[in-house]
Design a protein around this ligand. Sequence first.
Ligand SMILES: [Zn+2]
Length: 361
Amino acid sequence: MKKLIFCLFGLLLFVNAQAQKSNTKVILITLDGLRWQELFSGADSLLVSNRTYVHDTTALKSRFWKPTPQERRKALMPFVWNTLSQKGQIHGNRNLGSKVDLTNQMWFSYPGYNEILTGKADDKRVNSNDKIPNPNTTILEIAHSDERYKNKVAAFGSWDVFPFIVNEERSGVPVNAGFEIAKGDQLSEREKFLNELQPKVPSPWGTVRLDAFTHYYAIEHMKKNHPQLTYIAYGETDDFAHDGNYEAYLTSAHNTDALLKNLYDFTQQDPFYKDKTLFIITTDHGRGTQPLETWKSHGDKIKGAGQVWMILFGKGVSAHGEISSPKQLYSNQIAPTVLKALDLKPEAPNMPGKTLSLNKD
Ligand SMILES: [Zn+2]
């Protein structure tokens, strides 16, 4: 009898654990090349009134300039600093000793995304932004190859290199990126409208679309198909920075913050995602500060471009707010953390980073 009760208890624990594990959804989000300097301190005093990088300095200052960094960052990214800072953890404010770094030494986009999505830097093979199918396996592919998550994985990106980074062809993970439209015969009214609108709203760039399209394609897909693992890659911030347009860079950071709020609000009214979703937001690389003009740039020649940041919130994440004690995290820790949340196993030697401890200091 004792044995039977013991068995039943064990079975109960097992069933409970299984139910919990398969219940977690993950939304991974990247904002291309948004500096930790703006995330934690808002508008930069050296750039916000600099006529080389800002067309209308008065207008920009009236929107984003405030006396303290705390006020400035709230003005720039109100959802992050009013809501997410209460709900989760914000890592990477080096002024307080919290550091997040890339482990790849390239410090530009494809190597950054490869590191985030595969859990390992690969400077030998992933060292350009060329449209080369990724030889490495992403967490999206690992999940999609598992029976439990088959066809429950999706990626959306503004940059047209994402189908290659995810290796859409080999992995079978659907990627809507660049100027792709929504496909299929069950398109929602909104998807039909986005498909009509996108070619009529010219992007400033040849390889990157405006983030609103990426965002709403993702939301429509999530409403309909409820992927358990979703990756959304916003791109505007990096391109406006390369253009040397600080006005547009800040406006875009502010806009992306509103898109994050919109995404979060959507998940909170959808029972599939509500209170069951782990959110991770990060960036693929930093940018320079010294000399001043290097804010536009990144890559291994730019000092500080390997410095990044990370926001964690949602299921299983303790609310520690802005991390203000010395701590070092790396971008290669994200992939094993996502796999663990989904109860998937990282292939150990392929993912050297330690799983992030979400509910401990
Ligand atoms: Zn980038």
